[in-house]
Design a protein around this ligand. Sequence first.
Ligand SMILES: [Zn+2]
Length: 408
Amino acid sequence: MVKLKHNEYASLEKKLQKAQKEKTSDDNLIADLEEKLAAAKREMTDQARAICKYATEMSTETFAYKLATEIETNVFGQILSYLKKAVQSNFSNDAQAVRRGERSIRNYKKGMPIPFPLKDRIKIKDNDFYLHWYNNIRFKLHFGKDRSNNRQIVNRCFNSVNDYKLGSSASIQIVKRNGSPKFFLLLVINIPKEEVELNKKIVVGVDLGINVPAYVATNMTEERKAIGDREHFLNNRMAFQRRFKSLQRLRGTAGGKGRTKKLEPLENLRKTERNWVHTQNHLFSREVVKFAVQTHAATIHMEDLSNFGKDKDGNADEHKEFVLRNWSYYELQEMIRYKAKKYGIEVRNVRPAYTSQTCSWCGEQGFRQGATFICKNPECKQYSEKIHADYNAARNIAKSKDIIKKNE
Ligand SMILES: [Zn+2]
């Protein structure tokens, strides 16, 4: 049995060290601390003593190094037999394709992810995921910023829907760059593709704006939709702005002391706002993909955000710049991407130039007047018609041939 509150032990040890260093320290105090520490030590079993040494002496970095060494020396043998089997089965699977010259023989090299069988190794406790690995090594899964929503994906493997399936094996990649090694868990998850009928000719364009968060239309049908309620959206944004301002005012009047404490409410409000944005993005992305499914579009076009907020001459479009500053569209786009994937819908980025100044019917230049777009071409069937500006922009994005390749 491990009988020790090692927090107490660590703090006693620190106090003692400090007292010994300071010349002015009372001898009685030192003696008292030494006695307490000895008593704590007596209560410990050998194992606890070892744990305690670990906990008090080791920084996170040292711990990471030790773990990496432990894996190399003690866990490796167990993995090796699994790796051998994996290499054999990969080889017999690949053999024919190699003979036909369709693929090369796989490489296995130093630093490659360490494969292991996954069965029953991931457990959930208090909404956190733990990987029970070899030699009682247990990892807690951290999802970081989680732009691609990995937590939800892993969750789907365990919840009642249970339509996502974990692969039979996984691997751990140890990355040793400057600083301490980092451990990455690589999971294979089988996501069933929903069977929907898609038409390769139909493209949905997504216009991101401030009038409505997103406006969708297709390149060849009349269907269109404003996603997100404008009033609801703006009211919430304004409410957050007001709360930020009043908090900042409060902070301004309260002197320099206890600064960190006074920052807390501001930090909390930021978190609340981020969560709200996150939830909204989930709703919006779901709507966008739903629209694509309903219109049988095989492709979704989105504006490339690296040039977003600039007009054709590279000048800032205040309207859109404001949106970009105030909304995490990167997150929204990532969500659209992974939700579309489930249906086999391809998502492409297009160059955003001209989308708000061009008529999506005749291709001539027009102009935006508040929320409406007006075409100046007398030949055009939309000539001097008042068209919803976001609808026109979404159509332009859907029809765009100016696709940006991924590596650009
Ligand atoms: Zn026109």
